[in-house]
Ligand binder design. Structure first.
Ligand SMILES: [Zn+2]
Length: 86
């Protein structure tokens, strides 16, 4: 009985170590920093939602409705009047 428990403990420890090795914590600079706006917003080009601080906000003449994009590529394609191709 002791051997069974010992093998289970050793297996668990090995699996836990392997899990920690395979899925390391993301670096701190990848996490939202103090003052970042984490509210999800919808991209005006592809309509996917993304936390506001990760995307591109473009001010318009209406200060309450700025344009929002996932990245500069979507911003450029939006202004080139392209349609979104997934
Ligand atoms: Zn987008």
């Amino acid at each position: 009985m002791g051997a069974v428990i010992l093998v289970m403990v050793i297996t668990f420890a090995a699996m836990w170590g392997f899990f920690k090795f395979m899925y390391p914590k993301p670096p701190r600079h990848m996490m939202p920093q103090q003052g970042d706006v984490i509210t999800p917003r919808e991209c005006d080009y592809c309509h996917h939602s993304l936390a506001e601080y990760r995307g591109v906000l473009e001010p318009t003449s209406d200060p309450d409705a700025p344009l929002f994009f996932c990245n500069y590529e979507h911003q450029a394609d939006y202004h080139a009047n392209k349609t979104y191709q997934p």
